[in-house]
Write a protein that binds this ligand. Structure first.
Ligand code: UDP
Length: 359
């Protein structure tokens, strides 16, 4: 039986510094897991690209060039790394420091950490943050699940199902510090859309639907590609949309909380969708396409509406029915399933099993 507390080394995503928003949901997930594990007495050290900031946690700041995001590369994409790769530098740090830790927790959806798993002395648990995207990633993750069963964690069943080895993934959900999210019983008249403004997130469908309903749509999130955003603005000149930047969690929850509802319109199989549980935590119903993580989080007719994927007409119809959703029920759902405590229990069981398997 693994002896707790643990000394844990968290290895962040290599696509951006923590705090930049480029890492998407991984940034908040890593923060929440670090806070909850520390709260339970475990010792946490974080390894991340230079410039990273994460509350008061000590971070080993690693220089080097960032990794490209995996989302848009196509199934046959080859594995690439830039010269002086921050990913490689982070794992060189891990190789040297591993003796000070009981377990390494990898948050990066990158080939290298999976490939390196059998080469390091310390066990590595991998939290996979996206569904299947490339054959090369599928293969290397499967090799790890074969050689180190139980070490691959995912956020939802829908995400696991994108892989051939779905039944061997550990489904962990996610969690939030609910004390940071205020329940808002009285919304103002606007809809919210929150996320990275990138093609796989499908913001154009939300804008088309808001334009039809003639409701204002407020948008928050990191904008890695301004040209993509400009094209969308030109396509929907009539829409009442406002891009309001990338906010801290404290500001974001206030902004989402005052909305009538959150629109989630991803074109890919969203692994989880942190923004869905952030909205629920504020008492905000979510209208989402019925696929991926959001379809597991939202209860149709209770905490929002699930809509036929890619149907703008479906989004319009759901917006008409938003008042049927009780905002208190949304908050209660977040408290029951997505608290830090509930998430921490799941993570501790997972890490204990990883360690017990090697002892
Ligand atoms: N986010 C934020 N400020 C903003 C907009 C978004 O901190 O103004 C965060 C949000 O809290 C969430 C993340 O961005 O954790 C988006 O994660 P999600 O899981 O929804 O999607 P991903 O980007 O990982 O595909």
């Amino acid at each position: 039986m693994a002896s707790f507390p643990l000394r844990l080394l968290f290895l962040s995503t290599s696509v951006g510094a923590l705090g930049s928003g480029l890492g998407g949901g991984v940034e908040l997930t890593l923060l929440n897991m670090a806070q909850e594990m520390q709260h339970r007495g475990h010792q946490i050290k974080i390894v991340a690209p230079s410039g990273s900031v994460l509350a008061d946690f000590p971070i080993a700041q690693i220089p080097g060039n960032l990794q490209e995001t995996a989302q848009s590369q196509g199934r046959k994409a080859v594995i690439t790394m830039p010269p002086d790769s921050v990913l490689a530098n982070m794992w060189e740090y891990a190789r040297q420091a591993q003796g000070d830790y009981d377990l390494l927790l990898n948050f990066a959806y990158d080939w290298l950490p999976f490939y390196l798993t059998p080469f390091l002395d310390r066990p590595i648990a991998h939290l996979v943050s996206m569904g299947s995207l490339t054959s090369a990633m599928d293969l290397v993750i499967e090799q790890v699940i074969d050689s180190h069963p139980g070490t691959i964690g995912v956020h939802s069943h829908a995400q696991a199902d994108t892989f051939a080895f779905s039944d061997r993934c550990v489904v962990l959900g996610n969690g939030l510090d609910l004390s940071l999210y205020q329940f808002q019983p009285d919304p103002e008249n606007y809809m919210a859309w929150v996320g990275r403004i990138a093609p796989e997130k499908g913001i154009e469908d939300a804008i088309a639907a808001a334009q039809t309903v003639k409701v204002p749509l407020k948008i928050w999130g990191a904008m890695p590609d301004i040209a993509y955003w400009q094209t969308i603005c030109q396509t929907y000149p009539e829409a009442n949309i406002a891009y309001e930047g990338f906010l801290s969690t404290t500001e974001l929850q206030q902004a989402i909380g005052l909305s009538r509802g959150l629109l989630m319109t991803p074109k890919w199989i969203e692994a989880f969708g942190n923004v869905a549980i952030e909205a629920l935590a504020c008492g905000v119903p979510v209208i989402a396409y019925q696929r991926g993580g959001p379809a597991e989080i939202i209860e149709d007719g209770k905490t929002g509406w699930l809509v036929e994927p890619d149907s703008v007409a479906g989004l319009v119809e759901a917006m008409d029915k938003l008042d049927q959703i009780d905002r208190q029920t949304c908050r209660q759902r977040a408290e029951a399933t997505y608290s830090m405590g509930a998430m921490g229990d799941r993570i501790e069981v997972w890490l204990r099993n990883v360690l017990d398997a090697i002892n």
